[in-house]
Design a protein. Structure first.
Length: 276
């Protein structure tokens, strides 16, 4: 179980690196989304009381510590060690890699637990998700410049939504807000001030959004899952925004087909693995 959670975190970390893909999407596809939301919401007053009483074992169990810690280790491992590989694939085989990601998301939404049930809630959720994605498409991409710490804090607060809201990419949110390069430079240069301010905003945003998601699951589960379905589906074009590699049509078609076939194979193998 620990190794499986490590790989789940590995895939979630990879998703956070790529603009257009979100860790929340991967968590939903992998079937660990609700467990993740529950674990995040477990960091409450009761958890703090356990710590005050030195009841560390109870505190660890309450927040599903083994699950969260293994997931986090996997995410950090992939972000630190595999980000260069992802950037290399994006630079060397941009069309094939983006096609693979696009088809992977498309095929995944028609598998459990994302596959929708046709109802009034489904069409309402689809419409709401379409409006959200439309706003993202129309929102002008921010330009890179020196930004204030308060804006860095706000970026962390909003971008962390990608971890708990499937379909919305945290990297893309940072691109829209014009802070993507600032955060990357802060990581590269180990700028602790910027990183701490960003992290503070992310932590506050994470617990706030997770609380809202938990309430929505309890009261409007079907509508929420329909919104997630639509967000993943409608946000696929975000992977291709501002792409300048669509020149050689014949070569691009081959890369698109190859990317789609690999994605289909992986989804079929994953679905077979879940049934075993």
């Amino acid at each position: 179980m620990g190794l499986k959670n490590f790989f789940n975190g590995l895939f979630m970390g990879l998703a956070e690196i790529i603009p257009g893909i979100s860790g929340g999407t991967v968590a939903l596809i992998l079937g660990i989304y609700e467990r993740l939301i529950h674990a995040i919401n477990s960091f409450d007053i009761s958890f703090i009381n356990h710590l005050k009483k030195s009841e560390f074992s109870q505190a660890w169990k309450k927040v599903d510590g083994s699950f969260i810690s293994t997931l986090l280790i996997g995410m950090l491992f992939s972000i630190y060690f595999l980000s260069s590989l992802i950037l290399l694939l994006l630079e060397t085989f941009p069309i094939a890699f983006k096609s693979f990601l696009s088809f992977l998301l498309f095929f995944s939404v028609f598998l459990d637990p994302i596959r929708p049930r046709i109802s009034k809630e489904f069409f309402a959720g689809l419409f709401l998700s379409f409006l959200i994605c439309l706003m993202l498409y129309l929102f002008p991409v921010g330009s890179f410049e020196e930004v204030r710490l308060s804006y860095i804090f706000l970026s962390g607060l909003i971008a962390i939504s990608a971890l708990v809201i499937p379909g919305i990419s945290g990297s893309f949110i940072l691109l829209l807000m014009g802070t993507y390069q600032s955060i990357l430079l802060a990581v590269k240069n180990i700028d602790l001030l910027i990183l701490c301010v960003f992290l503070l905003g992310a932590i506050i945003g994470l617990f706030s959004i997770a609380k809202l998601i938990k309430m929505a699951f309890e009261q409007k589960r079907e509508l929420l899952m329909s919104i997630f379905f639509g967000l993943i589906l409608f946000c696929i074009p975000l992977i291709w925004m501002n792409d300048s590699n669509l020149t050689n049509e014949k070569l691009n078609l081959i890369h698109i087909i190859l990317g789609g076939l690999v994605a289909l194979l992986i989804v079929l193998l994953f679905n077979r693995f879940k049934q075993v």
